[in-house]
Design a protein around this ligand. Structure first.
Ligand code: ATP
Length: 601
């Protein structure tokens, strides 16, 4: 089955086939009946609309129950501008797209404050508010009577830039626009933007730790999704010629969500197939139209039970997040240039008097320590002594109750995690936080998110500069894969690999962020002897690059071979700072942590 999926995936990824299909439809359309051309036009609009959900929900993981609102903004905006104000469609549609995108961007601010079921409710509210505005704003929208007579293909009143466009011409235009949107979506998915969307979908904390800001990433996802939905709505307006509020009510939001889920969230081709199915069937089977929502419910339930990854998951392999051309380029240049750039100008991190209280509990109590470039400091102590909390404070997950963190002569206390990472202070987690569906290589490339120099537009258009930039980072990824001994599993999804491999991949991902300070929270936990050996070599390599390292661990032998300094915490307080031999003989450390036996082992 996987071989069939691989074959089909390669087929739909082949641009020549896409071109052939588009050309065949463009040329063959005159042989179709006007009714079929009209339905096919609806299919294309549904496909574009479904891509907007695919982007927001499938990629960025943000549920929306109010997408009919964006669709409606696009439709009414161009409808009003073209019909009432006499604007050309070639201007009306882009303005509509911009307005819907802007609305999406604005909606992202409240949306960023809630999640899950609350987000669903909030977006539902947005759709309902839009619906009410349209119904009540009689003068502009025509209220419940609607807005008839919008220049359209159906009414044979559509002219674009002075050229009369009939149903067939409009279908051809829609086909080209849909092909363009599908291409843009594919390019975005296989770029730093698609990877960032998916990273915040899986874990905002993990994304923040490598410098991906959840808030800004969501703003972009909402704006793009709103714009694409607005485009679908605007194109719809000039297809049908009549806009009534009922067309933009809750059922349309549900319908597009069902299309997207059944198509398989994340699968671009799946959306097109699903849009075709859901648009053709109701037209062909009249009985289906009457029982439309019961049918939707049944199809959705069936799909979730039998095809959890939708039609897309049935026919195609899961989407990939690296452009194959960039990968090929990287492979060609790996030999000469894939050397890891040593970390920039060495800089120390200074934590002064850090205190972190959770209610009455003092998790970290007045701890000061300094991390020097090219030095390894171990942070040890019994369970619950405050080690992870200290790392969380330094890396911006918590704002300390007291104390300051300075890095490279800059006060970074209380900065959000992504800004701390952007400054060069990167961490790993006690439980590896990787993107489960990403391959090892994709996970590592995610770490390089802040190193890219090309714009989002260049990524969406897959401009040569963007591909070159990706290839340069991929060459570094190959170097880190080799360093961490992960080359053999580079193309395997990370969730199919053993724990030790995942840990190594997380350290590798942090290294790709080109840190100047790295904080490793128990990286050796659960590793085999051989894996620990590999990890300690990797840590030595990082030290040699001039990176300052904080290493939390409980294995004294592992630490003894590696570290320059040790800091011991007990109940949040620092009870020892010095070298490891001194620590082993320290009475307070023995009493609180090591115990007599361990100290003399
Ligand atoms: N978000 C939180 N809210 C309340 N208490 C917390 C929170 N995070 C940590 N703590 C508490 O702070 C103390 C220190 O926890 P922390 O996880 O930092 O210890 P640790 O030394 O990293 O332990 P371990 O070795 O088990 O990971 C614990 O008592 C813990 O329960």
């Amino acid at each position: 089955m996987n071989a069939v999926r691989a074959w089909l995936s390669a087929l739909v990824a082949d641009w020549r086939l896409g071109l052939l299909l588009v050309a065949a439809l463009l040329l063959g359309a005159p042989w179709l009946s006007p009714g079929t051309v009209q339905i096919a036009s609806f299919v294309l609009i549904a496909a574009i609309f479904a891509q907007s959900i695919n982007l927001l929900t499938g990629l960025a993981g943000q549920i929306s129950l109010g997408h009919a609102g964006f669709f409606g903004i696009g439709a009414y905006c161009t409808g009003i501008l073209v019909k009432t104000h006499g604007l050309d469609v070639a201007l009306g549609v882009p303005v509509a797209v911009l307005l819907a995108g802007l609305t999406g961007w604005l909606l992202s601010f409240p949306a960023n404050r809630v999640r899950d079921v609350y987000l669903a409710m909030m977006t539902l509210g947005f759709g309902m508010v839009f619906f009410e505005i349209v119904r009540e704003w009689n003068d502009v929208t025509g209220g419940t009577m609607g807005l008839p007579g919008v220049p359209s293909a159906a009414l044979r009143t559509l002219t674009i830039l002075g050229v009369k466009v009939d149903g067939l011409g409009y279908f051809r235009l829609l086909l080209l626009i849909t092909a363009g949107i599908v291409l843009l979506m594919r390019n975005l998915t296989q770029s730093r933007i698609g990877r960032a969307f998916y990273a915040i979908h899986v874990s905002e904390v993990a994304a923040g730790s490598i410098g991906i800001p959840a808030g800004r990433t969501k703003q972009l996802a909402y704006a793009l999704s709103g714009a694409v939905a607005g485009l679908a709505g605007a194109l719809y307006a000039h297809l049908v010629g009549y806009l009534g509020p009922e067309s933009f009510a809750l059922p349309r939001s549900i319908e597009v969500l069902v299309i997207a889920i059944v198509g398989g969230l994340g699968s671009i081709a799946g959306q097109v197939l699903s849009a075709t199915l859901f648009t053709f069937l109701p037209e062909r089977l009249q009985v289906f139209a009457e029982w439309q929502f019961i049918a939707y419910g049944l199809v959705l339930t069936f799909s979730l039970l039998v095809l959890p990854r939708g039609i897309g998951g049935l026919f195609f392999l899961p989407p990939r997040f690296i452009r194959p051309r960039a990968l090929a380029r990287a492979a060609a240049r790996r030999a000469e240039t894939a050397t890891l750039r040593p970390a920039g100008q060495g800089a120390a991190l200074e934590a002064e008097g850090i205190t972190m209280r959770f209610g009455g509990l003092v998790a970290v109590d007045d701890v000061s320590l300094r991390l020097e470039p090219g030095r390894i400091t171990a942070l040890v102590g019994p369970n619950g002594s405050g080690k992870s909390t200290f790392v969380n404070v330094v890396t911006g997950i918590y704002r300390p109750s007291a104390g300051r963190v300075r890095f490279a002569e800059r006060d970074i206390t209380g900065l959000p995690d992504h800004q701390v990472a952007a400054a060069g202070v990167v961490r790993t987690f006690q439980d590896p936080r990787l993107v489960p569906h990403f391959t090892v290589r994709e996970n590592l490339l995610l770490g390089a998110h802040r190193q890219f120099r090309h714009t989002g537009l260049a990524a969406a258009l897959a401009l040569p500069g963007a591909t070159r930039d990706e290839a340069a980072q991929l060459a570094l990824v190959e170097a880190v894969l080799a360093l961490a001994d992960l080359t053999d599993v580079a193309d395997r999804p990370i969730d199919t690999l053993p724990y030790g491999t995942r840990r190594m991949a997380e350290v590798g991902r942090a290294l790709l962020a080109q840190p100047r300070i790295i904080l490793l929270d128990e990286p050796a936990a659960g590793l085999s002897e051989a894996e620990m050996e590999r990890l300690s070599q990797l840590i030595r390599d990082m030290k040699a690059m001039g990176i300052g390292i904080l290493l939390i661990d409980h294995h004294m032998d592992f630490l003894a071979e590696l570290v320059d300094d040790v800091v011991v915490l007990d109940s949040g307080r620092m009870i020892y700072r010095g070298d490891i031999a001194g620590m082993r003989g320290d009475a307070q450390v023995i009493a609180a942590y090591l115990g007599d036996e361990a100290a003399h082992a």
